[in-house]
Design a protein around this ligand. Structure first.
Ligand code: GAL
Length: 479
């Protein structure tokens, strides 16, 4: 038996796949130690490496913003890479190559499609209110399957949440397999029959949502719609799809400009309109290039305003208390409600619901709906809070700082919503007069979480819990 010498990890590596998250690696040993670079969705990132018994540990330079560490195991001339990013476990395989092959590989990478002339797609009336529903991502990530989507749908109906407005049921990343010989997208084995799944949802009065990317690969490295936009839109329509979340991901490498991004979204926006079925278009490009300014023109109805929300107070607070661009002619999507995922207290989940309602954001659950507690359901069912979110005017709240608290007022069709928020870690005493916050009193004032009518008074005063929110509805004074 001949014994094989396992070579070190130095050299060039090409990662398998059309355009995986990491496409190429260059690793070398220099006087300063083990260094290298990797190509990740079009950007080259410097890395530090450390050889281990079975391969290598690769750490992207902190300036890259990538906080994960990649472990590589060497098996003959194959390097198996594993890392976790935004909750997704990535497993990639890289083959040893030469500098020359690496260059050729780069040349073979998909080229951007020509940017279509930018135009203003005529507005439609498809989404008059911020969409409400459920999405598979945070609860299930890449384990999502037909059964879990049906179960979520059935739970929305059984709990009555669908009657309260939570009707969009969206399969996020992870449903795709590959394309057939005609180029049509085929779902993976976890989704045996998309038409039947769509029918299951529609029979329950629900809407069917799906996910893709303008790039060749999605954020979790599944096939995207690149070069197949019109075909994919027709496929979705034939499955009965009502909603598409379109996630930037690997398209970043192909279209690094505002015009390129707008063109890529417009291409799908046009394709959806020609697909023969009304499909809501949800842009997910993390708020780049002031999307609210042009999202509607590209055919979008809602758009994410930033990167992924997390089930932590820091994340909810950063999004909720951050700056919010005007919503334009669509809805600012602050990402999903974290209720039911287990990381926050009920007070904090209620605050997220309050802020999202005051900001007219889509209310999309992502937890196991069947496991929601009675208290959590009560938060989600609060029809007065939902009405603030769904108010057709979608007015942006006016925010005022009041000591350690913030008071937000949102004009509604039938009065004003007032949120009294405490971002801090200690209880705060708050007191204000209605005229101080430019709200006309004299009408009925209700506390929507405590569910009581307040006695008339020229002032409001009370204690707001840490990370808490008091939400009031002030009806217009009688004529
Ligand atoms: C992220 C996106 C998430 C989820 C994920 C799927 O980019 O912001 O909401 O869709 O990709 O891979």
């Amino acid at each position: 038996m001949s014994s094989q010498v396992i070579p070190g990890v130095d050299g060039h590596w090409i990662v398998r796949g059309i355009m995986p998250v990491i496409s190429r690696l260059r690793l070398s040993r220099t006087d300063e130690g083990h260094v290298g670079s990797m190509d990740m969705w079009g950007t080259t990132v410097a890395v530090r490496t450390e050889e281990t018994l079975r391969g290598v540990v690769i750490t992207p330079d902190p300036s890259s913003g990538f906080g994960f560490v990649i472990s590589g195991e060497l098996e003959h001339n194959v390097l198996r890479l594993a890392f976790t990013n935004v909750g997704v476990d990535f497993r990639l395989t890289a083959d040893r190559s030469s500098a020359e092959e690496t260059r050729k590989h780069q040349d073979r990478e998909p080229r951007p499609l020509p940017v279509p002339p930018l135009r203003d797609l005529p507005p439609d009336e498809l989404v008059r209110r911020p969409p409400m529903g459920w999405n598979s991502w945070y609860g299930l990530r890449l384990t999502v399957d037909d059964l879990s989507v049906r179960r979520a749908a059935d739970d929305l109906v059984r709990t009555g949440l669908s009657d309260a407005g939570y009707t969009y049921v969206t399969i996020d990343d992870g449903w795709q397999a590959t394309r057939d010989s005609q180029g049509a997208m085929v779902p993976n084995r976890r989704f045996p029959d998309m038409v039947a799944l769509g029918e299951h949802l529609h029979a329950r009065g629900l809407k069917f949502g799906i996910y893709s990317s303008p790039g060749p690969a999605t954020c979790a490295d599944y096939a995207g719609s690149f070069g197949h936009e019109a075909q994919d839109a027709r496929t979705y329509a034939s499955w009965g799809v009502d909603f598409l979340k379109y996630d930037w991901c690997s398209a970043a490498a192909l279209y690094p400009s505002e015009t390129g991004m707008r063109g890529a979204y417009q291409r799908m926006g046009e394709a959806l309109r020609e697909a023969g079925r009304p499909i809501v278009f949800s842009l997910c490009q993390y708020g780049l290039f002031d999307v609210a300014r042009w999202g509607r023109q590209a055919g979008g109805h809602l758009w994410r305003t930033g990167y992924d929300v997390e089930d932590t107070w820091a994340s909810i607070a950063a999004i909720g208390f951050g700056d919010h661009a005007d919503r334009g002619d669509g809805w600012n999507d602050l990402d999903m409600l974290q209720i039911g995922l287990g990381g926050l207290t009920l007070v904090e989940y209620r605050t997220q619901m309050s802020m999202w309602a005051l900001l007219s954001a889509p209310l999309i659950l992502s937890c196991d709906v069947g496991a929601l507690t009675a208290e959590e359901l009560e938060v989600l069912f609060n029809r007065d809070v939902i009405a603030i979110d769904q108010d057709p005017g979608g007015a942006a709240p006016v925010r005022r700082r009041l000591g350690a608290a913030e008071v937000w007022t949102k004009r509604l069709r039938d009065g004003v919503a007032v949120g009294i928020l405490n971002p801090g870690d200690d209880p705060v005493e708050v007191e204000f007069t209605w005229s101080e916050i430019h709200v006309e009193d004299g009408g009925i004032i209700r506390d929507l979480w405590d569910r009581r009518v307040l006695s008339p008074s020229p002032t409001w005063s009370g204690t707001v819990d840490p990370h808490g929110c008091v939400l009031l509805h002030v009806a217009p004074p009688p004529e």
